[in-house]
Design a protein around this ligand. Structure first.
Ligand SMILES: Cc1ncc(COP(=O)(O)O)c(C=O)c1O
Length: 418
């Protein structure tokens, strides 16, 4: 009998059908957008049209979803982080702890405020910040800890809160990848001082581009609103129709990171299905864990103690390469992408070597050594990079057949390469 061939070498791919579409539209979503388009108000700084703005409707709904007192939508997740850092008073020469394994926005936002991103290694179970390494990195200049709930896990908030309280350093939770997850029953984003979300296209709640900050602290919320809105605030009371709902606050050096009304209308609609979609993904994730239990050399990562529910964004699979003929993770990703007809890729390149984290920008000339990312040792991040691959959450939005395809592709590759 002829040996089965890998799809990457011209064999028949395991996956023969399309994956669930992401992002997905619906008649109700299209109607919501049309209502916004007809409303003559396309931004929060557009004129009041005798009804609450979509920004207000989405902000209220997302605050309620998270059980937070306040929510301020932002142009994107990077802006959500930047506004949060600025509201916490982060400035020149302050140090902010960021994980070495995360999207570059975490370090870039810190550097853009003339502060120093201090890159800290991650835990091998959760792939999120290692609390021990965080404590070892604290100096008298540490002004914030940016905790990222990465790759479908919740970070070890028990240990991190303990450190935050011990040294009186606020936590910014980056929840770009964790909308709806809970720790000790609380939604992520409401455990630290502020929670920053991204609603970029790949995220589990999306408007293409978008973001939001949630907090329970009125002072921080007011500051973030102003920092986001060119130092304007919402006027007290109801404006007259056709007049501006914003008025000068004049209390901060502030840029414009507002989110358009059209994006807010999309988010207002998409939020209604988030819990249900999280449940589908988590059920399929559970099934995948069960089925992979029989595949030696492949395992799934854990969330931290105290996690009461996860949300699934990029789902990491840990690979013991010795069971796969010691091929590289990159090669394995390429083989799996060909079998499954969807992009499977490695985790982020750790920030100490990330090509997008450039510090030779002339604005940083005086601080080149302080910002030099290669001065950090991040062996744990590199271990993750070299031993994990990521599945996009849209692959878990379907049914059992989809999960079988994932498992059968892995088994096929393993049989051929081992
Ligand atoms: C962990 C993390 N933080 C921040 C961001 C930045 O979000 P955005 O792309 O919306 O600016 C992302 C988005 O990829 C992210 O994954």
């Amino acid at each position: 009998m002829q040996m089965e061939q890998l799809a990457i070498h011209g064999g028949k791919p395991v996956r023969q059908q399309a994956w669930p579409r992401w992002p997905a539209s619906s008649p109700a979503l299209e109607e919501e957008v049309m209502q916004c388009l007809r409303s003559q108000r396309w931004t929060v700084s557009g004129f009041y049209q005798d009804q609450p703005s979509y920004e207000e409707k989405f902000a209220r709904a997302f605050a309620d979803f998270n059980n937070a007192a306040f929510c301020i939508p932002t142009a994107n997740g990077t802006a959500a982080l930047l506004c949060s850092l600025q509201a916490l008073g982060i400035g020149p020469d302050d140090e902010v702890i960021v994980p070495g394994l995360t999207w570059v926005a975490c370090a870039i936002t810190v550097a853009s405020l003339n502060a120093i991103p201090v890159m800290v290694d991650v835990d091998q179970h959760t792939l999120c910040l290692s609390p021990q390494k965080v404590e070892a990195a604290i100096t008298e200049r540490t002004k914030a800890i940016m905790v990222v709930h990465l790759y479908s896990a919740v970070a070890d908030m028990g240990a991190l809160l303990h450190i935050s309280e011990k040294y009186n350093i606020p936590i910014i939770e980056d929840c770009a990848q964790a909308h709806g997850a809970t720790w000790q029953g609380k939604r992520v984003g409401t455990i630290g001082a502020v929670g920053a979300f991204s609603m970029q296209q790949g995220k589990i709640l999306t408007s293409g581009e978008g973001g939001a900050v949630v907090t329970n602290d009125q002072t921080l919320a007011d500051k973030i609103y102003s920092i986001r809105t060119n130092a304007r605030k919402k006027m007290n009371g109801k404006p007259s129709t056709g007049y501006m709902e914003l008025e000068d606050a004049g209390d901060s050096f502030a840029s414009n990171y507002c989110l358009s009304e059209i994006s807010c209308a999309i988010l207002f609609n998409k939020l209604q299905s988030l819990d249900q979609e999280n449940e589908i993904r988590n059920n399929n994730r559970h099934l995948l864990r069960q089925l992979l239990g029989n595949v030696e050399g492949v395992s799934m990562t854990d969330s931290a103690p105290g996690t009461t529910s996860v949300s699934t964004y990029h789902l990491p699979l840990r690979i013991n390469r010795s069971h796969f003929g010691n091929i590289t993770i990159k090669a394995l990703c390429e083989m799996l992408s060909a079998e499954l007809g969807i992009w499977i890729h490695q985790p982020y390149i750790p920030l100490n070597k990330h090509p997008l984290y450039v510090t030779d920008d002339p604005r940083f000339a005086a601080r080149r050594e302080q910002l030099n990312p290669s001065r950090y040792q991040l062996p744990g991040c590199w271990e993750v990079y070299n031993t994990h691959l990521l599945l996009h959450h849209s692959m878990l939005l379907g049914n059992e057949e989809d999960i079988n395809d994932i498992v059968n592709s892995i088994k096929k590759i393993k049989t051929i390469v081992q």
